[in-house]
Design a protein around this ligand. Sequence first.
Ligand code: ZN
Length: 250
Amino acid sequence: MKAAVAEVDLRRMAALLRGARRVAVLTGAGISVPSGIPDFRSRDGLYADPENLGIFEIGEFLRRPERFFRFAARFYPLLLNARPNPAHREIARWEQFAEVAVITQNIDDLHEQAGSRRVYHLHGDYRTSRCLRCGRVRPTAELLEQIALGYVARCDCGGVMKPEIVFFGEMLPEAAWRAAEKAMAEADVVVVVGTSLAVYPAAMLPRLRNPAARVIVVNREPTVLDEEAAVTVRGDVADVFSGLQRLLAG
Ligand code: ZN
């Protein structure tokens, strides 16, 4: 059974946002679950299927790319067909009254689809793939046909096309990371959505905030940041943001 979102928490959240000048939003897998993209660790997550274990480890990708692309044949279409939910749309709407930077651990493009203009992908972005041999970059959507037929996605030169997402064991994209740190330090309101903040180093970003910044946490489960938060909203992310939209628009 889904618990109702507490109205008082929503009102507090709306009040903080109304007064905000610069907002840094840090989002994780939980914001995209209502859009049909499974997360990793929850009960219905990707890792619940032992077949998927290690699927995003770079060593495993290089050794057995066919295993990754068998997975991608099911996973890429989910990403390509996903559409923003009320949470992505509401965050994009905040740009009407504040400067908003979105920092995301997600590899999907739902924030961009919703209209957010400043989005930093800490773990890269699935929309492009790069040839591991010659470096050529192509839209991942163009590779879908060969992947659906059961092939490893390959460049014309024969090299494997790796999606431009950060696998475990790879470096984080430095430019996105630096921009995220700066946005976090400059924000007067920090909003954390759909992440339990369990995964480092993204989990340390809220530590870099201005000490005067107010923190809002929206998540189904408790997070390590709850104690420092001005407002903690528990509940389904899409429900929370639908409720918030009603308050902020009214
Ligand atoms: Zn190539």
